[in-house]
Design a protein around this ligand. Structure first.
Ligand SMILES: [Fe+2]
Length: 283
């Protein structure tokens, strides 16, 4: 007996196969973590800060598709670089499917893994929208067990002319950069942690904050190759382009990491996950 498949069936099979291949390739791509290195030229940077190295990690989304091994790999890549300071930029756990504290418990392996991080000038952490969508209080409690400083609209002056400020999430916060920098010396070079790069809308012409480090966008997560377009990036249009280092104003740069994990689907297309290694230099 011979079966003849109709033209419509062939077309349907071809479309389904295309989706399956793209999905498989996207899943593999979501596990290929990259190290993005960038020199950050800052005018007026004190000599003592020239060459200061910062490790940047964000958007783990633990408890969904990111495994303990994915988190440990990111930590291992950052640790190999022996950064002077580490910035953790939020979305430690995932709150896409259910806004429940159970998601924090499900993703608690991320907090255990982060215990391995070390940096002589400190590890600083802010929260992201997914941390709020689950249980921000519980995420803060988990982070407070670790040897790091949570910056919730707060800033800290270090001895060497550097100050680190961090704001709560731009969507779910409130994010208050004025409060975060209020007690910092006017002479210090301020670097700011903000889950969402849209904090720049609040900073406007502020000349004291010289570097903003953010995640949140996932780089779009799914980008159409060749035209390099992402259908959905949850931020203002300025940050819908490529991630990495962006010259914000004459006085400020923004660095956006695509993050370690994935959101909504376990797939990345033309947009691999990454961690950042920044080096401050004198412009
Ligand atoms: Fe995220």
């Amino acid at each position: 007996m011979t079966f003849r498949l109709s033209r419509r069936t062939w077309i349907r099979a071809a479309i389904y196969s295309g989706f399956a291949i793209a999905g498989g390739a996207g899943y593999v791509s979501s596990k290929r973590l990259e190290k993005v290195q960038a020199d950050v030229p800052l005018a007026g940077l004190p000599k003592t800060l020239d060459g200061l190295k910062i490790g940047v990690m964000s958007d783990f989304h633990a408890g969904a598709f990111t495994t303990r091994e994915d988190v440990l790999e990111a930590i291992s890549i950052v640790s190999e670089e022996s950064p002077d300071l580490i910035a953790l930029l939020g979305d430690y756990v995932d709150g896409a499917y259910s806004h429940s504290r159970k998601n924090v418990e499900k993703g608690s392996y991320v907090f255990d893994a982060l215990q391995k991080l070390k940096a002589p000038l400190g590890i600083y952490a802010v929260l992201g929208n997914h941390d709020h969508w689950t249980d921000a209080g519980l995420v803060r409690k988990e982070l407070s067990r670790l040897p790091l400083t949570i910056l919730n609209n707060q800033g800290i002056s270090l001895d060497n002319g550097l100050a680190v400020a961090g704001v709560d999430d731009f969507w779910e916060g409130p994010s208050d950069p004025s409060e975060a920098t209020r007690n910092l010396s006017p002479d210090s070079v301020i670097i700011m942690l903000s889950h969402n790069p849209d904090v720049n809308l609040q900073l406007r012409g502020d000349k004291r904050v010289r570097l903003v480090m953010s995640g949140h966008t996932h780089g779009g997560q799914l980008r159409i190759p060749v035209i390099n377009w992402a259908p959905w990036i949850p931020c203002s249009s300025k940050y819908k382009g490529p991630s990495g280092l962006i010259r914000e104003t004459e006085h400020r740069c923004t660095f956006i990491t695509k993050g370690v994990g994935t959101f909504f689907v376990p797939v990345r297309l033309a947009c691999p996950p990454d961690i950042g290694i920044l080096r401050l230099t004198r412009a």
